[in-house]
Design a protein around this ligand. Sequence first.
Ligand code: AMP
Ligand code: GLY
Length: 420
Amino acid sequence: MKVLVIGAGAREHAIITWLLADESVSSVVAAPGNAGIAAIVETVPVDVTDAEAIGALAVSLEAGLVVIGPEVPLVAGAADAVRARGIACFGPSAEAAQLEGSKAFAKQVMAEAGVPTAMARVCTTIGDVASALDQFGAPHVVKDDGLAAGKGVVVTSSRDEALAHASECLAKGGGARVVIEEYLDGPEVSLFAITDGTTVLPLQPAQDFKRVGDGDAGPNTGGMGAYSPLPWAPADLVADVTARVLQPVVDAMARRGTPFVGLLYAGLAMTSRGVRVIEFNARFGDPETQVVLENLRSPLGTVLLAAAEGRLAQVGPLQWEPGFAVTVVIAAEGYPASPRTGGIISGLEAAAEVVGVDVFHAGTTVADDGIAASGGRVLSVTARGESLVQARERAYAAVDLIRLEGSHHRRDIAAKASQA
Ligand code: AMP
Ligand code: GLY
């Protein structure tokens, strides 16, 4: 089977690495890919916002399966365009991707499915916003209803800041909405499930580090590191969330006539009152995918094809290697506000030689004088180990061999969990 993978991040680099390890996969083509992906498979350019172009590319490559990484093509209908051409696709339809594309839609589906989440109000005027902020109290949580590339959510104790973010979102016009919700405390967990619209196969849970700085200081980012599985999580976490969140949402989507086929990502808060859903994403998370796949023993291509073809019930529970994985993101100078691109990266070969390490590329490109940074998150340095302590040691040993002027990374990824 030939697989076409859409996307250009470390998530896609990891997915492709595991597809290539599956005997049922004969070749992979990535579009558009990055420098690290181009070193292992053929890459072709594509506009990821153009669903029809993605469908046409799948036909011209004679792909047997298309795997769509990012949310933008999904919300634009890329999976529909691929399926309309008779090609199997791992990724939800545009309608089903609204679970990520609209926070108000996700709240409605959760209400239908009886899924525990933060109380919320959908607001269309600043007057509504002010009254909702007062109803829930501080800390305030203000969310742009639509996709905002990680910049849509502000959590703040300042009412003025909350109002300012809401006005900015509403100023987009065209029926813009903001969601104001109650603040959820407690550690966050990312739990992914592969689904064919009926059967739900959960993956191992992961934890993402969203803030830019050590000790969770500074602004939110796309994610600065992750680890999996979670030694501190209750033993029944996966079974519990599958039964109370993932399966009910998949069932609700099927009842609506918009079955969700692909990767359902539940962002959870483990509050003192129990598990609550913070948000859904309609795709693999980045950087959590890099650590979750490190421990997956089941053949990825076989599982994704079975999901795309509605045969997941035949696959049975996923199999896992014992052990842990940690990933540390190396970000360009100025990330997240204004990343400086173009810097040359050195030490990549030496880092990749550290035992247990995979260096996945995110924002990289091939330049005349080497591999250059081309995005905010540049690399996702990932390591497996028998323990979290060993996985951390290996990941940071590799990170310390890589040079990119002005770059920064967190030093405390999985630090607390590895002491438990
Ligand atoms: P999202 O883009 O929805 O993943 O939100 C980004 C981050 O904002 C989440 O990972 C949380 O850290 C935080 N967040 C979102 N909603 C809430 C909430 N209701 N309470 C507390 N933190 C939240
Ligand atoms: N790691 C957060 C996300 O993929 O949205």
